[in-house]
Design a protein around this ligand. Structure first.
Ligand code: HEC
Length: 147
């Protein structure tokens, strides 16, 4: 009995520790709030794509916003162009994936520091944020094919 409750305690502890990781990305996503944020006009994103946009926003903030800003406005002092209302971001697919994998000028390459899934989520986010409105989603397979 004592052994069994020790095992239960150990399992519970690891569940708590593992779920703690979610907090690093801001806790459990709220699908209703995401739907209000993204399903505007006649848009109807699936729950899966809402979660992808949400993850993309969080990864973007962590990985790209230092230069391109959380608002997508870019930053003249580091030479980072605006990504908002940017046709390159909302219309290109392969060239956009390649640029982020390989870097350009002073923008670092991300092929070794970001997973295919993270990058797919980031690109899904930026091509729909700040008026880019592409309606596109990117998959991990698309990204990994161009690595
Ligand atoms: C260290 C600063 C820095 C970081 C971090 C950074 N970028 Fe950039 N980014 C730049 C610079 C500088 C350019 C301009 C490169 C050039 O044209 O020489 C650029 C260009 C771009 C472009 C091309 C825009 C256009 O209109 O040509 C895209 C798209 C882009 N970045 C996306 C991203 C994404 C997505 C991330 C995160 C995964 C990211 N960047 C992280 C500095 C950065």
């Amino acid at each position: 009995m004592i052994i069994r409750s020790a095992i239960v305690a150990a399992v519970l502890t690891s569940v708590v520790l593992a779920s703690g990781c979610d907090d690093m990305l801001g806790g459990e996503p709220d699908l209703k709030a995401l739907s209000e944020q993204w399903n505007t006009g006649d848009k109807q994103w699936s729950d899966e794509n809402l979660l992808r946009l949400d993850r993309g926003q969080k990864f973007y903030k962590r990985t790209c916003a230092a230069c391109h800003m959380g608002t997508g406005e870019g930053q003249v002092s580091v030479g980072a162009p605006a990504l908002k209302e940017n046709a390159f971001v909302s219309e290109e697919v392969d060239p956009l994936i390649k640029l982020v994998l390989e870097g350009k000028g002073t923008m670092p390459a991300f092929s070794h520091s970001v997973t295919g899934l993270e990058l797919a989520d980031i690109l899904t986010y930026i091509s729909n944020a700040w008026g880019n409105d592409s309606g596109m989603t990117f998959s991990m397979e698309q990204v990994d094919q161009l690595r």
